[in-house]
Design a protein around this ligand. Structure first.
Ligand SMILES: Nc1ncnc2c1ncn2[C@@H]1O[C@H](COP(=O)(O)OP(=O)(O)O)[C@@H](O)[C@H]1O
Ligand SMILES: [Mg+2]
Length: 176
């Protein structure tokens, strides 16, 4: 039987390790990797500009529609190449749940998150905003509300073996 095309979402607060995890999984599972953040930027999927936070506000409904199209294209291309796609972003859960097999939520300890964001050169206010998002489980509650099947993966001390183990469990889970 031909394997089904799999769609994985990796979400979580910025700095929790989504990109690291999504890239590793895409190699281990031979799924295409898709960077939702740069896509939203280049495709201008914004509804407004937040002056105070100095950031563009993503148009969630438009993003959802565009991600469905991206998945559709990858699905067509999968006949010759990869057998799945991994969407990476704190916005990836906006792909409607009927198109997603699983939503992986990356998280880490608050101390680790603060250290990672500081290393990134984020301002005090931006670090605070992201720590609050992690404390209030913003991505997790949004993903739940949108009806995703969720697996939480803690990257605080995640070793290469743990990621490999996750890849094995995922490949079994999405095929049953
Ligand atoms: N499992 C891990 N173990 C140690 N450091 C990690 C791990 N995952 C991510 N990091 C580090 O944390 C930082 C943020 O990771 P990144 O994948 O860019 O997060 P995100 O995409 O969620 O913003 C990077 O410096 C990365 O090297
Ligand atoms: Mg990232």
């Amino acid at each position: 039987m031909k394997p089904r095309f799999i769609t994985l979402l990796v979400t979580g607060t910025p700095g929790t390790g989504k990109t690291t995890l999504a890239r590793k999984l895409s190699l281990l599972l031979n799924y295409a990797y898709f960077d939702v953040n740069s896509f939203a930027k280049t495709a201008h999927i914004y509804s407004s500009y937040d002056r105070k936070r100095q950031t563009y506000v993503v148009d969630e409904a438009k993003l959802a529609m565009e991600l469905v199209k991206v998945r559709e294209k990858a699905l067509k291309a999968s006949k010759t190449a990869q057998k799945g796609i991994i969407f990476d972003s704190h916005l990836s859960h906006f792909l409607p749940s009927k198109y997603a097999d699983l939503c992986l939520l990356a998280r880490c300890s608050l101390k680790t998150l603060e250290q990672r964001l500081r290393k990134r050169g984020y301002s005090v206010a931006k670090i605070r905003e992201n720590l609050d998002a992690e404390i209030f489980d913003t991505c997790l509650s949004e993903a739940r509300e949108l009806g995703h099947q969720i697996i939480v993966f803690d990257t605080t001390k995640a070793t290469a073996a743990a990621v490999k183990g996750l890849a094995v469990s995922l490949s079994k889970l999405v095929r049953t």
